[in-house]
Design a protein around this ligand. Sequence first.
Ligand SMILES: [Zn+2]
Length: 211
Amino acid sequence: MIHEILPVGVLQCNCSIFGDETTKEAVVIDPGDDIDEIRKILDRHGLKVKAIVITHAHIDHIGGAAKMKALTGAPVYMNARDQALYDNLDWQASWLGMRRPERTAIDTLAREGDTLRLGGAEFHILETPGHTQGSISVWIPAESKLVAGDTLFLDSIGRTDLPGGDGRQILRSIRDKLLTLPEDTVVIPGHGENTTIGREKRDNFFLQGLS
Ligand SMILES: [Zn+2]
């Protein structure tokens, strides 16, 4: 499986581009910005995007979704509980002093238990609310990878002081949905360096006494 991680935009959101070498299909997760750079990666591998997945509706993760969809025609997947946050995209932009991105319709609601198929691999949608009410993580067992959005980071967890955030809920999500995954699962957070489930279970200060 091809997997490239590209930090995009001023907040350097990790955009993941997964591609199947045989079918040449791709899944793009969190194309927050820099769609031209994402396109270069897709072109370099000869990939055609079949799905655009949004882990949550913060502007740095969803800001480029409309442009990505216009470019590829691929459907946009997001959890319904972040629709209100997405409807406030203009407010998010002004709060951060960013220009307002174009908006798109959400084509498919991503729910707990949904799976997307890319080549021989399944992408499982896990609902992990807390950073936002509609936050999801994407688990790819065949690759031993988890795209965690802004729920779990190397040595940290997602902030919960923004609208829709809930400090107890994010810990419950991490305990019940993420720390139960195999310890060698590589975690690709929404920002910064990769980690593993085992490492965060052991060393993440915020998770001590949780599991
Ligand atoms: Zn966020």
